[in-house]
Design a binder for this molecule. Structure first.
Ligand SMILES: *[C@@H]1O[C@H](CO)[C@@H](O)[C@H](O)[C@H]1NC(C)=O
Ligand SMILES: *[C@@H]1O[C@H](CO)[C@@H](O)[C@H](O)[C@H]1NC(C)=O
Ligand SMILES: *[C@@H]1O[C@H](CO)[C@@H](O)[C@H](O)[C@H]1NC(C)=O
Ligand SMILES: *[C@@H]1O[C@H](CO)[C@@H](O)[C@H](O)[C@H]1NC(C)=O
Ligand SMILES: *[C@@H]1O[C@H](CO)[C@@H](O)[C@H](O)[C@H]1NC(C)=O
Ligand SMILES: *[C@@H]1O[C@H](CO)[C@@H](O)[C@H](O)[C@H]1NC(C)=O
Ligand SMILES: *[C@@H]1O[C@H](CO)[C@@H](O)[C@H](O)[C@H]1NC(C)=O
Ligand SMILES: *[C@@H]1O[C@H](CO)[C@@H](O)[C@H](O)[C@H]1NC(C)=O
Ligand SMILES: *[C@@H]1O[C@H](CO)[C@@H](O)[C@H](O)[C@H]1NC(C)=O
Ligand SMILES: *[C@@H]1O[C@H](CO)[C@@H](O)[C@H](O)[C@H]1NC(C)=O
Length: 878
């Protein structure tokens, strides 16, 4: 005798589980009348079932509403309207369900010639990413009803209609009924697609809600060779399947009492797997000497039994494992045993086929993130319905996913929303796409800053934000290796076109001066304070206020001898009458040569020279240095111990005056500041690489940048600190010659000043020009200007950093660039500072940025460029 493992009897009779009948009516039911206008009679109670139907309008974003032709005799209201989907390939309903709960899902499709085209559609029905059924209304008449017992794997169930040919998918009604956890066998191996559910009666009525609390639909089935048995008595139906009493009150048994009762259904595919649920109840009054006992046989093999149906109580027989059928059909027979006095009896049965829904849904967090992104940009793409990643052929536009093994939930790894008309800021929900590798948001209208979190998404290898309207600066974390970042075409974003391609940006910017370097600065400051007390003249350096007319150039340039006698010096300065300023090495006086050419005469103190020979050699060298952006030494006096240097006079004073507003300086606007910076940088570059031997200025500061009548900048006081230092100064003091606050913090460790020390000082100058903050602020805890900027920059607002005197009249992009340039120059590590040539390049780009904003103010700017680009005139010392 064959044994059938796992064959079970559903409990009956004695148990006391939930009284299903008393469960709250229609609890958890979803009943959608597709195509019912939301405002029209929604919800309504369907007349025959009293089921409460709602419009489907809020559960789907697409589709049009149709109405079946009224002459077809279909009178159930849910089937009279429908929704059809001429647009898009996949259109989906989105229903909120309870994850892990079993649902009976029913979809109804009635064509009803709603489009007067008399062409019945063929299309596919999907449950999430998996094919549920092909709906072929052509083959099956006017209507189809599909039912499945399914356990959703997330709290959102997507039911999708997928176009597979020329015809237009449609749907009439969609119903979800929660089932008892323990009922029906559904697991990882698949869901149960209903083939049939019948009660055996000659009746012509379907049984469903509210007779069936789960709203299964039981159709009557009866064969000629059967005899019907019925009862008016109550039949206890409270096992977990709860087949309706109205079904159990009827039964069939074979008219030929010795013949078996047979049910059959075709099975075209021998691999199809079936589940059978059979419900028995003895509804006939049996005499004491009567017995009813039979066995169940599946395609000729014993399946279960013998069994005797319980009296006025339900017995459900089913198997945990599925069965296949050979020979093209399934045949289940109920055969009476030898001792049974009565033929077999059957009340109701259900047949299901197993369908494998093996493709996992996309990772839930990814789904909610992408939905949130779509919502924040109000994206309504027809393809963005159903599961984002799967099936692959229906993947949402602009996405790509990892999807190698069906049992592993796919993850989003690419999001391409380029040219999608996005507005607003970069959506925060992006950070929840934790597996994202490529992000393309280019050519939209995104505003706001580039969020910090993008830098923390370490799997990203491509970020394209170009062609938007982003502003602010790029998070530091985005400047990492292996990330291809494009941000050009964001005119208000730092590092963007037309100014520069950021991906090629090489200047390393220390946004915040590190603690270590700040400490270095403080150390140097302390050192200086000590030195200053000993020898203030060295600390302050030469502080010249000089000037000349352009005529002076011509005059002196043509002179062979630039040596003046002391009496000539007395004469030209009118006996040192007008003091222009006082420098570290001596006083500076105004002078006039040939009664109209103005000069600045610096009278050096006797102790400041090294010796006549060295002085002469030095002066000869300086006399040969010619550059448009260097204050020219036009002559000298060397007579005994009387030493003087005669320079061209610049009538507009120094840059410091103009920044502080002291000494009659006027506020200089941003575009002019950039041009001045470029000019000063050009002068410095010339000293570094243009002249022979190369020179280090050693004392670059705003007070040493002088301005002519056109506010053209010239560097003063170069080449001096090397020659003109007091005797007996130590190496250390030599090394730290310069001005407090401008001094390269690295010099005290290297012991030597290099061109990179000038770059540092220039960076400080640039910071002053940007911020107009004191270089050293002794009244504040934030001592040094780099610290001040570092503090402000962390708050990200350029307006707070910029000199308020500028009145916001600047392009913030060029401001950011200049700021970053200044900080890179002021990098505590000299090797990380740019060269002056790189500085010039960057400044030119800043100017282009600024000019692109102020194109109505062409005059000054184009002039500025031509001055800046004309790097030298007559460089004799080359
Ligand atoms: C529909 O039936 C429910 C009870 O099932 C009832 O509360 C409701 O008032 C009915 N609605 C209409 C419009 O009849
Ligand atoms: C039955 O399903 C509900 C809803 O999913 C769940 O809360 C409950 O724990 C389940 N019970 C059992 C025994 O699985
Ligand atoms: C009617 O059906 C035919 C196919 O039989 C199709 O080509 C045509 O586009 C349909 N017309 C409309 C209005 O849907
Ligand atoms: C009744 O069924 C038995 C067994 O199948 C069969 O042998 C017999 O011929 C049947 N009688 C009639 C009248 O069909
Ligand atoms: C059972 O008993 C009744 C009388 O009580 C009798 O008429 C009937 O023939 C018996 N049936 C069988 C199968 O013995
Ligand atoms: C039942 O009766 C048939 C013949 O009528 C016999 O072949 C079979 O062995 C019997 N079965 C049992 C279990 O007695
Ligand atoms: C999507 O990703 C897969 C690998 O996950 C790759 O083979 C495929 O080419 C990608 N498709 C597109 C359109 O980028
Ligand atoms: C995004 O899509 C556009 C075309 O729609 C394409 O040009 C671009 O290369 C894509 N970006 C990525 C990162 O694949
Ligand atoms: C990201 O996901 C977490 C957890 O799922 C959620 O709490 C958070 O709101 C999400 N963030 C955004 C911006 O959607
Ligand atoms: C971008 O947005 C701004 C402001 O909302 C608007 O003026 C501009 O026309 C938009 N540009 C594009 C290309 O949509």
């Amino acid at each position: 005798m064959e044994r059938y493992l796992g064959l079970l009897l559903a409990l009956f009779g004695t148990f006391t589980i939930i009284n299903i009948i008393q469960a709250q009516e229609q609890q958890g039911f979803i009943s959608l009348d597709c195509g019912l206008p939301a405002n029209e009679l929604s919800p309504y109670n369907e007349t025959s079932t009293r089921l409460q139907f709602y419009s489907d309008a809020t559960f789907i974003q697409s589709g049009l509403v149709g109405k079946i032709q009224s002459n077809l005799g279909i009178f159930r209201k849910p089937y009279t309207t429908l929704r059809y989907f001429p647009d898009g390939i996949r259109n989906c309903y989105n229903l909120n369900v309870e994850k892990g709960r079993k649902y009976l899902i029913r979809a109804s499709f009635i064509y009803g010639n709603y489009d007067s085209n008399d062409t019945k559609p063929v299309f596919d029905l999907y449950l999430g990413p998996n094919l549920w059924a092909t709906i072929d209304l052509e083959a099956t008449g006017n209507g189809i009803r599909e039912e499945i017992l399914h356990m959703p794997t997330s709290n959102s169930l997507k039911i999708c209609l997928v176009k597979t040919g020329d015809t237009t998918p449609l749907i009439s009604a969609l119903e979800l009924r929660p089932m008892e956890n323990g009922s029906y066998v559904i697991d990882q191996s698949g869901s149960l697609k209903r083939r049939s559910s019948n009660y055996l009666s000659k009746s012509t009525f379907d049984i469903r809600y509210s007779s069936d609390v789960y709203d299964r639909i039981w159709l009557p089935l009866f064969m000629n060779e059967w005899t019907e048995i019925s009862t008016d008595l109550d039949v206890a139906n409270n096992n977990i399947y709860g087949p309706p009493q109205d079904a159990l009150k009827h039964a069939a048994s074979p008219t030929n009492a010795s013949a078996p009762l047979t049910i059959e259904w075709p099975s075209s595919n021998s691999h199809d797997q079936y589940h059978l649920y059979v419900h028995f109840s003895e509804i006939q009054e049996l005499q004491a000497n009567e017995t009813r006992e039979f066995n169940m046989v599946w395609n000729g093999k014993h399946y279960y039994g013998p069994l005797a149906p319980p009296k006025l109580n339900v017995l459900t027989v089913f198997s945990e494992s599925s069965r296949t059928c050979g020979g093209g059909k399934c045949s289940v027979q109920f055969i009476r045993t030898n001792r049974s006095t009565l033929p077999p009896l059957l009340n109701a049965f259900e047949v299901f086929t197993v369908i494998q829904l093996s493709q996992s849904e996309t990772d839930e967090n990814d789904v909610s993130a992408i939905k949130s992104i779509a919502a924040s940009y109000a994206l309504s793409r027809i393809s963005w319905q159903g599961d984002p990643c799967v099936p692959p052929q229906l993947r949402w536009d602009g996405l790509n996913c990892t999807n190698t093994v069906a049992s592993i939930p796919p993850r989003l790894n690419t999001l391409n929303l380029s040219s999608s008309g996005l507005t607003g800021t970069i959506a925060a929900a992006l950070q929840n796409l934790t597996q994202l590798e490529k992000l393309d948001l280019s050519n939209n209208n995104l505003t706001g800053g580039v969020p910090e979190f993008l830098g923390n998404m370490k799997l990203l290898t491509v970020i394209n934000l170009s062609g938007n309207n982003l502003n602010g600066s790029l998070p530091q974390a985005l400047q990492r290796k292996g990330l291809e970042l494009s941000v050009e075409g964001n005119p208000r974003l730092c590092f963007s076109d037309p100014c520069k391609k950021p991906t090629k940006k090489k200047v390393v910017v220390p946004i915040v001066v590190s603690v270590a370097s700040a400490a270095t600065v403080i150390f140097v400051v302390v050192l200086f304070l000590v030195v200053r007390i000993k020898n203030p003249s060295i600390v302050e350096g030469l502080h010249l206020l000089m000037g000349t007319t352009s005529m002076a150039n011509v005059t002196f340039a043509n002179k062979k001898s630039r040596r003046f006698t002391y009496s000539e010096v007395i004469k030209m300065t009118n006996n040192f009458q007008r003091v222009l300023g006082e420098g570290g090495f001596g006083m500076v006086y105004h002078g006039t040569v040939n009664s109209y050419e103005q000069v600045a005469v610096k009278v050096l103190s006797e102790s400041s020279t090294q010796g006549s020979k060295e002085f002469k050699a030095e002066v000869d060298l300086l006399l040969r240095v010619h550059h448009a952006n260097l204050v020219r030494l036009v002559g000298y006096c060397y007579e005994g111990d009387k030493l003087s240097l005669i320079y061209e006079f610049l009538p507009n004073g120094d840059l410091k005056q103009h920044l502080t507003g002291k000494g009659g300086g006027s506020i200089i606007k941003w575009s002019v500041r950039l041009r001045i910076a470029l000019e000063a940088a050009s002068g410095l570059e010339y000293l570094h690489i243009g002249c022979t031997p190369p020179m280090v200025h050693r004392d670059v500061k705003t007070a040493n940048i002088l301005l002519d009548e056109n506010l053209k900048a010239k560097l003063a006081d170069f080449g001096l600190s090397r020659s003109f230092q007091s005797e007996g100064e130590s190496q250390v003091l030599t090394a730290i010659a310069g001005t407090l606050g401008y001094l390269d913090p690295e010099c005290n460790s290297s012991g030597r000043l290099s061109e990179k020390s000038d770059v540092y000082s220039f960076g400080i100058v640039l910071l002053e020009m940007i911020t107009n903050q004191p270089v050293i602020n002794q009244t504040s805890e934030i001592l040094h200007i780099t610290q001040w900027v570092g503090f402000k920059i962390s708050r990200g607002d350029i307006i707070e950093i910029m000199d308020p005197n500028l009145g916001k009249d600047y392009d913030s992009n060029s401001a950011w660039r200049a700021l970053e340039l200044a900080l890179s120059c002021a990098n505590p590590s000299s090797s990380k500072r740019p060269s002056m040539s790189q500085v010039i390049q960057e400044l030119k780009e800043c100017i282009v940025c600024e000019n692109s904003r102020v194109n109505d103010n062409q005059g000054l700017e184009s002039q500025a460029m031509s001055i800046g680009l004309d790097s030298s005139m007559d460089p004799m010392a080359r």
